[in-house]
Ligand binder design. Sequence first.
Ligand code: NG6
Ligand code: CA
Length: 509
Amino acid sequence: MKGKFLRFLLVALVFSLVSSASGQGNSPRKPNIILIYTDDLGYGDVSAYGYSAIATPNIDRLAKNGVRFTNAHATSATCTPSRFSLLTGKYAWRKEGTGIAPGDASLIIPVKTTTLPGMLQKAGYHTAVIGKWHLGLGDEKGADWNGRIAPGPLEIGFNYSFLIPATGDRVPCVFVENHHVVNLDKNDPIKVSYTGPVDPNAPTGKKNPELLKMHPSHGHDMTIVNGISRIGYMTGGNTALWKDEDFADMLVKKARSYIEEQKSNPFFLYFSTHDIHVPRVAHERFVGKSGMGPRGDVLLQLDWTVGQLEEILTKNGLLENTLIIFTSDNGQVIDDGYKDEAVEKLGNHKPGGIFRGGKYSAFEAGTRVPFIVSWKGKVMPGKVNDALFSQVDLYASLANLAGVAVENGQAPDSEDHLPVLLNNSRKPRSYLVEQSINSTLSLLVGNWKYIEPSKGPKVNKDTNTELGNLPQPQLYDLSLDPGETKNLADQNPGRVSEMRQLLEKIKGK
Ligand code: NG6
Ligand code: CA
């Protein structure tokens, strides 16, 4: 009897050793990863960063329970290129056709690319994207909105997708779940055009302002959906049309089901909010609550969203095993094409903090964005990290976290800075490249910022954004002059030439 028991113990011990060596059984589960990717949120928009006139308590709590980065950057000052870099680990300016995508663009990430979610799939993760996509859908002919929409996220590494296909201000105004438009009536097919009206008799924002509940300030005067005129023309799909007021609720609902379904596997959720992009149409429970008009109201709605995601994790006992990253695809913009009182009601709010420029700009506020990392029990709470960090590094850093190698040729611009991400180090990137709307590139090295000479316009007159373009080189010492007011290029020709050469080398890499 005793011998039998000893033999049983021995077998049990060997079994447990073998199963933990093979990565199963007792080995710790890989952490879930939730990337909350907000839209057009400026460095100063959330109260955790100290410049906001609006309280965002849920986002602040995330920062209080985690680490707040003060020198983290999107790769670009607009959406599509930032997302391209985030998902591929490659600077978007290396590839043609990665500027702001029209609503009928084909998928711009080639299906053969190993992407961030694809890499995580290989590491055993279930992967999902919920929210704004804006990386194109379909083959070179574009998406078949009435049939099977592919290729898209499912062909480049996501197991599940629920999408706002482009942006809230672009047609088609429908959700796409996996390969199909949600709630589409086959007898009312969708037709989309970006060249001219699909139905010349249909009302537009331009011809029929009397039908609008929110008026355009520039552009955005084409097809009217839900009382708001958009970029582009569409007809049909009436049963599938979204209601902007429900965006946040809908995305949270989808995230809740996804998390509850996947809670026993490691999962990666790329949760890409519509907030706080235009059109800013908050759910009625947030309307008027910020005192700052619709832009402030959708900021409160975004904060609510973050609180909901945290609550879902808490309820499912996942907070200790989930790395949460919160950031934005580019900096702030105030008037981005609708008369929504954003300019008039801004008051003391400083959406770009102390930084100059904003969305579209080569100046800092174009790409320096809020970046918060939280992981209960793993990331020391309440810290601030000022290391230079780029979203392009999430690929290699998360590969390290997930225990997979980044193979040669994959994610060429992504560096593994996991210790910085988890705040175990403050070792900055040795340099970082920023891209503005007209693809003027800037280089950051330590305190120094070099903006290459550009023939682009100085100001985007529609949005009233200083774009940071000058025909001469610009050089700023961000430690003394974070607002980029004193161009030191003439006084430092040596440094300018060094930085120009380094930028050329990086471009040629
Ligand atoms: C611009 C739109 C702007 C916004 C932006 C994309 C006009 C006049 N302006 O072209 O409203 O949609 O594209 O924003 O159409 S982003 O955050 O997705 O990059
Ligand atoms: Ca954006």
